[in-house]
Design a protein around this ligand. Structure first.
Ligand SMILES: [Zn+2]
Length: 267
């Protein structure tokens, strides 16, 4: 980005946004390591933040610009942001059979694990995230950001398991290992960091390597262990399935309308 644009962005920020009392960033998360300010830095290419090129960064947003309206509705961080590669999170601990402490209101006092997540995704440790596929989807972290509203964001790619693949009618290879294997989507999405609900392991290796590890009991001791060897373009299959479901819904609504009309005529 040009220096002039960055300066205009900062001036706008000083003039307008700084006046609002800022909320504190979520105390469950702590940034570790290097930070990149965007602007003047650039967001990672796989985790772009959409802008209206004509009206940004001047912020003179004309009411009639369609692009501005679309950008405003997108689920994404609001620039300027701080991007970072590593963070420490407190997430609810898995039930490991240890005795739990009652909270006096019929439930139990929540127990938290402290986990360090990293965009390098080394060692197979991955977050579980609440996504459109389910309440705990294994994901790969693409990027992370703290935005101008002090909201934490994560850019991620989902790993698709057997059930989700069946749902969107994608046919994986014939030797797909239903219990263990997941496919990584080539697309990425933004979500709030607070949608992270836990952690799992996704091991990148060949099928024979994984079978070997399985046989020799060389897998992490966690209930959620997966392996991945392949990518697929989820947007195409997911979009197709969503359109199919929309058509079915409209058809059954139309049928119900006809039905109730006939009933009214009968009576
Ligand atoms: Zn615009």
């Amino acid at each position: 980005m040009k220096e002039k644009e960055a300066r205009a962005e900062m001036q706008y920020y000083e003039r307008n946004l700084r006046k609002e009392p800022k909320k504190r960033p979520d105390p469950r998360y702590e940034i570790i390591g290097a930070r990149t300010h965007v602007p003047p830095g650039l967001a990672p290419s796989r985790a772009p933040v959409a802008i209206c090129k004509r009206h940004w960064p001047n912020k003179k947003v004309p009411s009639r610009c369609e692009r501005c309206k679309v950008v405003k509705r997108l689920l994404q961080p609001v620039l300027p942001c701080v991007f970072f590669n590593q963070f420490r999170a407190r997430v609810l601990a898995e039930d490991d059979g240890a005795e739990r402490v009652p909270d006096g209101q019929g439930g139990f006092i929540p127990v938290f694990d402290t986990i360090v997540f990293d965009t390098a995704n080394e060692g197979g440790l991955r977050p579980l995230l609440k996504t459109s596929l389910g309440p705990a989807t294994p994901i790969e972290i693409v990027a992370m950001a703290l935005d101008t509203n002090n909201d934490y964001w994560i850019n991620y790619s989902r790993y698709w398991g057997k059930l989700s693949l069946v749902w969107c009618r994608y046919q994986p290879s014939s030797d797909f290992m239903d219990r263990w294997e997941v496919l990584k989507e080539t697309e990425s999405h933004w979500a709030r960091l607070e949608d992270i609900v836990g952690s799992c392991f996704v091991i990148e290796c060949t099928r024979s390597e994984f079978k070997d590890r399985l046989k020799r009991k060389l897998l992490p001791k966690s209930s959620d262990v997966f392996f991945t060897r392949d990518n697929f373009s989820a947007a195409f299959w997911e979009g197709k399935q969503q359109r199919r479901e929309r058509r079915q819904r409209m058809r059954s609504e139309a049928a119900a309308a006809v039905e109730s009309k006939l009933q009214r005529q009968d009576s």
